[in-house]
Design a protein around this ligand. Structure first.
Ligand SMILES: [Zn+2]
Ligand SMILES: [Zn+2]
Length: 347
């Protein structure tokens, strides 16, 4: 099947730049008449010259005169094609028509998957319409959807128009800002030049009148020139706004990673006593003896570790769990004092 037959007899691409573009009705060639205009009608996309259209359709609808077509065409629907390739012209028209009906946006969907499924369905319809597959069924679906969702379609269309207007306004304001920047740069350069010229003229006129010492006048002139030179340098150092002519909007803000914490093998877990305070020294005879006994201490026996474990065992034995809102430190101190007493009593 040829490409032309597949696409509803839409004519193949014609190259008007070749100069041999010919009207299929009157067979006039652009080569002979440079001012010839070719128009198309979105009913069948047959291209014909404007004078033929005027002649055939000025009295009302008439069948397309191209052999084998015969579709009823109306004068007011003829227009100049946007693309030279009429297949493309037709595809763009179909896509435009479908997207005006199926005009939901990503925000309307809960998940990206749902949105993609919707786009897939829309593309199926568009593809079938473009390639003339089940055209009647597709048109039917389009009409049904349009009838069922008229309200939503109107709202979405309004919303997308608003978005386009906002974008236009943003572009216009960016342009205006660039113009103002240019204007201010030009006026600053002009002011610098005027100041420099005035200083020079002043020096010359003072020297010409012969009032005052020539050296002093020259020095004063130099100072003024230096000042204006500094002004110019300051202006030149000012960073120019970067205009790459290409702007990407809506990118995510990149957040710089903070300093990396040192590696903690215990992941924040500490052996700190949460509910009690382990004191450095407990007055208890067996402990005092153990400290002095080399037989006990030689193996690396740790008195503090022993006390700490005893304290923990004590709390566990009492079933003490200090509440979240209680003053932990005070409670701990109290417990420690109690432990102290108990130990003393034992001794
Ligand atoms: Zn013609
Ligand atoms: Zn036709």
């Amino acid at each position: 099947m040829s490409r032309t037959a597949l696409h509803n007899d839409v004519p193949e691409r014609i190259h008007p730049e070749d100069g041999d573009e010919e009207c299929p009705i009157c067979h006039s060639k652009r080569y002979l008449r440079r001012d010839m205009r070719f128009l198309i009608n979105p009913e069948c996309y047959h291209r014909m010259c404007e004078s033929c259209i005027d002649r055939i359709f000025s009295h009302g609808p008439a069948p397309c005169p191209v052999a084998g077509c015969g579709k009823t065409l109306r004068r007011h629907r003829f227009r100049a094609p946007t693309f030279q390739d009429l297949q493309l012209e037709r595809e763009v028209d179909i896509r435009k028509r479908v997207s005006q009906v199926f005009n939901k946006q990503e925000d309307d969907f809960d998940t990206l998957l749902d949105y993609n499924n919707y786009l897939n369905d829309v593309e199926d319809i568009t593809h079938n319409l473009i390639h003339n597959i089940e055209v009647d069924a597709m048109e039917q679906r389009l009409r049904e959807y349009e009838a069922a969702n008229r309200q939503a379609i109107t709202e979405n269309s309004k919303r997308s128009n608003q978005g386009m207007r906002d974008e236009k306004r943003r572009l216009a304001s960016e342009k205006e800002q660039a113009r103002l920047r240019q204007q201010s740069a030009a006026s600053e350069a002009q002011a610098y030049k005027a100041e420099r010229d005035a200083a020079r003229r002043n020096v010359i006129s003072q020297l010409a009148t012969g009032r005052g010492d020539a050296d002093t006048i020259a020095r004063r002139g130099q100072t003024v020139l230096k000042k204006s030179k500094a002004l110019r340098e300051q202006y030149e150092r000012r960073p120019e706004p970067v205009d790459t002519g290409f702007q990407v909007k809506g990118l995510k803000k990149t957040v710089k990673a903070g300093p990396v914490n040192p590696y903690d093998p215990f992941d924040g877990l500490t052996a700190k006593h949460e509910y009690g305070i382990v004191h450095d020294n407990y007055r208890w005879q067996p402990l005092e003896q153990a400290k002095k006994d080399r037989r006990i201490m030689a193996g690396g026996y740790d008195i503090d570790e022993y006390c700490s474990r005893m304290l923990t065992d004590l709390y566990v034995g009492f079933g003490v769990f200090v509440g979240e809102d209680e003053d932990v430190a005070t409670a701990g101190a109290g417990m420690a004092a109690m432990t102290d007493t108990v130990m003393t009593d034992v001794s």
